[in-house]
Write a protein that binds this ligand. Structure first.
Ligand SMILES: NC(=O)c1ccc[n+]([C@@H]2O[C@H](COP(=O)([O-])OP(=O)(O)OC[C@H]3O[C@@H](n4cnc5c(N)ncnc54)[C@H](O)[C@@H]3O)[C@@H](O)[C@H]2O)c1
Length: 431
């Protein structure tokens, strides 16, 4: 098939590379010529394991075409997928400016044949019908099209695997013809097919991210109680998670969820529910607890650190990504800076993106050891593999004071005490 992906971020570029790898011809539409030139040269711009290789492979096979021109891409495409950002507005709604601007361009450029327009961006219920309206008004009389919602479930850090082997592929449409085209496009990919109505597909995406966020906030809520009572949250959650009805996945405490999806999607679902007069107390609490988790971790550092010159490990909102959007690390670091701390941070992939947000308000280290050299304490936000078995004796020898604040519960409190650290983690008993 010949298809188009609009947007070349985590969703657009990964999907484009995967569909190209399956033998399709894939146009990728972007707005910025300099970025498109980098993509054409094989630089994926974002960090995602395996993506650079897949990009280069499909560029050399001439199955990937990067362009700014809708006129070049849309008329020859059987499927056009929208994968642009839907960031939160100040009031927490999903900002649909990009999605609707893209729909306008698609409408103006549809070819004189049948096209399926499919939205992969996470959009509130009713948006696909808006996309349909926009395109209907602008398309030429010879063009016919139908819309389908095809929400994306990939996780940054494992995006290629998640796209080749997803748990499920959700396709929502009123039209069996559109559904059939998308079923054919996705045929080589694994995963259960969930074929539903447009509105259901839109809500499935928000409901999925909201329940995952709820599990994290629930674990954090239990960790707050554990810290006050002398219980150990890891022991408690092991005991809870072994119940098959509950499970342990995503039931982990820490500094709260972050990234470009969970925080905004929880807020957007709160907004949607509220606009239909549904009481959204549950998800409002999930959001509040997430903020509390970050505030309590900052308070723990402010209260217990022996000095204000700290080293930080991890900026990305989770390992194996360079994405620092809504990362708890950045939020907590800002609180620490407001309280007179100075921060030197190290992250294997997230430093460039952090620099774009925090600039030189913090210093950037070349290595984890460099980050802790002569510092009063180490604060950990992201559980990158390279920190898991790091030489902690060397860390201790470099730190001015042997203090560690671990927002990911990476180490055993008893072993840390034995090694001579003052070790603070989340919701656990410290000796
Ligand atoms: N990142 C994830 O893990 C993930 C997972 C599932 C779903 N999603 C959803 O997918 C959508 C995209 O997310 P992302 O993380 O890929 O975003 P991103 O910020 O990484 O990429 C967005 C892309 O859209 C492009 N874009 C924005 N406005 C445009 C316009 N008017 N015309 C053309 N291109 C435009 C940007 O240049 C960029 O290439 C969002 O709705 C997000 O919620 C993201």
């Amino acid at each position: 098939m010949t298809i188009t992906l609009v947007g070349h971020g985590y969703v657009g570029l990964v999907s484009a590379c995967v569909f190209a790898d399956l033998g399709n011809t894939v146009y990728v539409i972007g707005r910025n010529q300099e970025k498109l030139d980098r993509l054409k040269s094989g630089d994926p711009i974002i960090y995602e394991p395996g993506l650079e290789e897949l990009l280069k492979k499909n560029l050399s096979a001439k199955r990937l075409i990067f362009t700014t021109s809708y006129k070049e891409a849309i008329p020859s495409s059987e499927v056009v997928m929208i994968g642009v950002g839907t960031p939160p507005t100040e009031t927490g709604e999903a900002d649909l400016t990009s999605v609707l601007a893209v729909a306008t361009e698609i409408g103006k450029n549809l070819g004189p044949h049948y096209t399926v327009v499919s939205c992969k961006s996470t959009v509130p219920v009713g948006t696909n019908r808006k996309i349909e309206e926009v395109i209907s008004k602008l398309k030429s009389p010879q063009a016919s099209f139908e819309v389908a919602s095809c929400p994306e479930f990939l996780r940054e850090g494992t995006a290629l695997n998640d796209t080749f082997q997803p748990d499920r592929i959700v396709i929502g449409s009123d039209s069996q013809k559109a559904i059939n085209v998308l079923l054919k496009l996705h045929e080589p990919l694994e995963g259960e097919r969930v074929v539903v109505g447009l509105e259901s597909a839109e809500i499935i995406k928000y409901a999925s991210n909201s329940i995952l966020s709820t599990k994290i906030s629930f674990a954090n809520l239990i960790s707050f109680i554990c810290e006050k009572t002398g219980a150990d949250v890891e022991e408690v959650l092991q005991g809870v998670g072994l119940d098959k009805r509950i499970g342990r996945l995503f039931l982990y405490p820490g500094t709260g969820y972050g990234g470009s999806c969970f925080p905004k999607d929880v807020l957007a679902l709160i907004n949607t529910g509220s606009s239909f007069d549904v009481d959204m107390t549950l998800l409002k609490s999930v959001d509040t607890i997430n903020k509390q988790a970050q505030a309590l971790f900052a308070e723990k550092i402010i209260t217990n650190a022996p000095g204000k010159n700290i080293g930080v490990w991890g900026l990305a909102f989770k390992p194996n990504t360079d994405d620092v959007r809504f990362a708890p690390a950045l939020h907590v670091i800002k609180t620490l800076l407001d309280n007179g701390f100075s921060v030197t941070a190290y992250d294997p992939e997230g430093m460039d993106n952090t620099r774009a947000i925090l600039g030189d308000a913090i210093s950037y280290a070349q290595s984890p050891f460099d980050a802790v050299d002569s510092k009063d304490a180490l604060v950990i936000f992201t559980d990158w593999n390279e920190f898991k078995q790091i030489d902690l004796a060397k860390v201790k020898s470099l730190l001015k004071q042997p203090y560690i604040f671990d927002g990911r519960n990476m180490y055993e409190p008893a072993k840390m005490a034995e090694a001579g650290f003052h070790y603070f983690s989340i919701g656990r008993k410290h000796t």
